[in-house]
Design a protein around this ligand. Structure first.
Ligand code: ADP
Ligand code: MG
Length: 258
């Protein structure tokens, strides 16, 4: 039997992804260890969002395999053949990953507290009191104590993104995926969101963070992945890779952003 139970929280094996004729991921192999902060950087269009979306099954992969905590995602293997899982099983698997987007995607007609309670209440089936207690605790954790009754329109972008992080955490995922979580923010609000993500990193949650914040990658990351044209071109420890990139494409990219 093929080894799939491992230390890896996320494992991608030879992933290809096509959108019609666009070959967005060209044989990606990625291993993210438990508790690791994996940071993905690279030019626009290199496949970073697609990588995250394939991990949490927002997109179906074309070929290859994705494992989360050793469990094959989206398929079941029987007698050497792969069969797609039912939508219900896929939905259950997707709960092991929490996704935070560039645009916060909060429900505008719900307060911050209700946004965070929504998943536990309606997906996990928790009692209202339990979901509320959890949401209050999480809002406190992201520095929004006392702002639970505000609607998204009455929160700053940085505050909305922190609600979005709390909402993802409320589902108690195994791994958190961040897709350029600070790119839509005014510069003065970037720090407060990065601080929350740093705090989560220190608490040991496994995460994959797509970002242009190279300082964040260096300080918080322990695995840096550089993507270009649908491939992982180079990876390693951020401090090593940023100080001494080897691949010409990495060197060219870093010379523009550093
Ligand atoms: P990044 O996040 O690094 O900017 P993406 O993963 O968004 O890159 O995109 C990778 C490639 O796939 C790009 O060429 C992009 O135009 C294409 N792409 C992304 N999403 C879609 C889609 N839904 N339909 C068609 N092409 C897409
Ligand atoms: Mg993207």
């Amino acid at each position: 039997m093929e080894a799939s139970i491992s230390d890896f929280c996320v494992e991608m094996r030879n992933i290809h992804k096509f959108y019609g004729t666009v070959h967005a991921l060209k044989g990606v192999d990625l291993q993210v260890r438990r508790g690791e902060v994996c940071v993905a950087i690279g030019p626009s269009g290199s496949g970073k969002s697609t990588l995250l979306r394939c991990i949490n099954q927002l997109e179906g992969i074309s070929t290859g395999r994705v494992f989360v905590k050793g469990e094959l995602q989206g398929f079941v293997e029987r007698k050497g053949r792969f069969h797609p899982l039912s939508p219900g099983r896929v939905a259950a698997q997707r709960r092991s990953t929490g996704m935070v987007f560039q645009r916060f995607n909060l429900f505008p007609h719900m307060t911050a507290l209700e946004n965070v309670m929504e998943g536990p209440l309606h997906v996990k089936g928790w009692a209202r009191a339990r979901a509320k207690a959890k949401a209050i605790e999480l809002l406190k954790r992201v520095g929004l104590d006392g702002l639970g009754s505000r609607y998204p329109a009455h929160l700053s972008g940085g505050q909305q993104q922190r609600v979005a992080i709390a909402r993802a955490l409320a589902m108690e995922p195994e791994v958190m995926l961040f897709d350029e979580p600070t790119s839509a923010l005014d510069p003065e609000l970037v720090g407060e969101v990065l601080d929350v993500i740093k705090d989560l990193a220190r608490s040991g949650i496994t995460m994959v963070v797509v970002t242009h914040e190279i300082g964040f990658a260096r300080e918080v990351g322990n695995h840096l992945v550089f993507m270009d044209q649908g491939q992982i071109v180079e990876e390693g420890h951020p401090k090593t890779l940023l100080a001494n990139p080897k691949n010409p494409r990495t060197i060219a990219f870093l010379s523009k952003v550093l």
